[in-house]
Design a protein around this ligand. Structure first.
Ligand SMILES: Cc1cc2nc3c(=O)[nH]c(=O)nc-3n(C[C@H](O)[C@H](O)[C@H](O)COP(=O)(O)OP(=O)(O)OC[C@H]3O[C@@H](n4cnc5c(N)ncnc54)[C@H](O)[C@@H]3O)c2cc1C
Length: 484
């Protein structure tokens, strides 16, 4: 606390010797004379904010992180309490891609092991189970009009190949491709003659990963995915941090220690060419801190409700106000026994077109005999389930699981769900490229405004990932280093 010039000791505060700061306080006192030029204020203790603070601290900066929750990690939320026998479940971010350079770098630094996850075993669509191995080998066809044999992801490529062929250099897209940013994925596929079933498959495949609907997603962004072969597929090489993903933010937070101030929701940001002043709640009172550098690492879905004075540039404000966020939900279901490992079971990791969408063995690297099946569901299914109360969500989850494993009810013990759109410090799942947001939104999101820098998955080329969150925090720290 002594490091925070405008902060008061708890006793001073309670004695009322210190003035409290009202939201309406004028921003005219934003002079930072006498302030250490090496002081940085960081908003949000998710991976982005933590990585920025960690790197800046290493470079000799004085960092203060303001976090609304009473824990670090934001969208990394390893739930341990509701489950028996020491089991845990990742209610937020879960998989680390083999190519996630920043994640692997910091996991190594903090001596955390990333265990390779199992690939998908089966597909359950339109009431029928397809075992992945057989499906691929015998070139079975999904019961969807226009579906190619032996293929799951990428069925829509048949209807984008005419446009993809127009691109000679992915760095220089022709105007007729660039204008696709004004079309949705649904519009483009329909225009190119894709049957409704191909759109339905896309909904349960790529759109599920993005937690969005094809009607909201930029067609240009889909074409870029096809150009770079960067879209998610059933063959993705993924892993998870052994022992729980929360160990990574906790390791960052431990290294920063007292510099992370929890239970401090930010309510107002004032800034000028000398730095910024931030107002936040502390034990029911408004307080403020000012610093010559500010990193905003909270999602735009929350930032758009925070007072910013004066407003940032019009492009930045447009991006803050309109950047698309999806709907995401996890439902963890605890069972007395791991019946999904029994002979005859379709397997441990399954793509479905049920309300639960992806269903898989969460506790694969945790000791049994109990186990947790996880559902990662998104878009309209997450919204539908999210509108229900917890017992109803769990009732439907149990019912849906029973369609795949009829024996499930006899081992059912209960569960827990997390609908991130109801989380006051997120109000969404993660950002995606909405219609009209492909051309300039990433640049608008990440560009700094005087002494205010921006981090968070939504500002990274690796958006919607833990890797992107860290990358953005490291990038923001470099921007400040370059300025100083
Ligand atoms: C259901 C789900 C599944 C996912 N699965 C994966 C996956 O498998 N693999 C993967 O790589 N990624 C996954 N992600 C995405 C990943 O979680 C995010 O990209 C990443 O964690 C974002 O980190 P961040 O630091 O940008 O934001 P956050 O983690 O959201 O951190 C922002 C922080 O700011 C705080 N904050 C917000 N408002 C305020 C305020 N007013 N004042 C102070 N603090 C505030 C928040 O409490 C939070 O701690 C998933 C996300 C969800 C929701």
């Amino acid at each position: 606390m002594t490091r925070i010039t405008k902060f008061f000791s708890r006793r001073e505060f309670l004695q009322g010797t210190a003035a409290t700061f009202l939201l309406a306080a004028s921003a005219s006192r934003l002079q930072v004379s006498g302030e250490s030029p090496k002081k940085v204020l960081i908003l949000g203790a998710g991976l982005a904010g933590l990585a920025a603070a960690y790197e800046l601290k290493k470079a000799g900066f004085e960092t203060i992180v303001l976090e609304a929750r009473s824990r670090s990690g934001g969208r990394i939320f390893t739930a341990r309490d509701p489950f028996a026998d020491g089991l845990y479940a990742e209610m937020g971010a879960e998989y680390v891609d083999a190519k996630d350079e920043f994640m692997h770098r910091y996991c190594k630094q903090f001596e955390l092991k990333v265990l390779t996850a199992k690939l998908y075993d089966a597909i359950f669509v339109r009431g029928k189970t397809f075992r992945m191995e057989l499906f691929k080998k015998s070139k079975e066809r999904l019961p969807f009009e226009g579906a190619k044999p032996g293929m799951l992801f990428g069925q829509e490529a048949e209807y984008t190949k005419r446009l993809v062929a127009l691109v000679k250099d992915p760095e220089k897209l022709p105007p007729e491709i660039l204008k696709l940013d004004n079309l949705s994925v649904a519009q483009l596929l329909t225009q190119e003659g894709a049957p409704q079933d191909i759109l339905t498959l896309y909904t349960y495949l790529n759109a599920t990963e993005e937690t969005a609907r094809p009607e909201q997603m930029s067609a240009l962004s889909m074409i870029r995915g096809h150009l770079q072969q960067s879209a998610f597929s059933e063959l993705q090489d993924e892993g998870r941090i052994f022992g729980g993903n929360d160990q990574l933010p906790k390791a960052f937070a431990k290294a920063l220690s007292a510099e992370v101030l929890y239970d401090r929701p930010v309510r107002k940001i004032a800034h000028d060419q000398n730095g910024a002043e931030v107002w936040f709640e502390e034990e029911g009172q408004m307080r403020s801190i000012r610093a010559p550098h500010l990193v905003i690492a909270i999602p735009f879905s929350v930032l758009r409700e925070i007072e910013i004075t004066p407003e940032f540039s019009s492009g930045k404000m447009k991006c803050i106000r309109t950047l698309s966020y999806g709907h995401g939900m996890k439902i963890a279901m605890q069972f007395r026994r791991r019946f999904w490992d029994d002979p005859g079971s379709p397997g441990q990791r399954i793509f479905t077109d049920t309300h639960l969408r992806r269903i898989y063995h969460m506790s694969i690297d945790q000791p049994g005999p109990r186990g947790i099946l996880m559902s990662f569901t998104s878009a309209e299914d997450a919204q539908k389930l999210g509108d229900l109360n917890e017992p109803e969500r769990l009732r439907i989850a149990r019912q849906e699981v029973t369609r795949i494993w009829p024996e499930a009810p006899q081992f059912w013990e209960g569960g827990a769900s997390k609908y991130w759109n109801q989380d006051p410090w997120l109000k969404g799942s993660y950002s995606f490229t909405g219609v009209g947001q492909d051309l300039d939104f990433l640049q608008l999101a990440q560009v700094s405004e005087e002494r205010v820098h921006f981090a968070g998955e939504h500002t990274s080329p690796f958006r919607a990932s833990m890797n992107g969150a860290i990358e953005s925090g490291v990038r923001a720290s470099k921007e400040i280093l370059l300025r100083s």
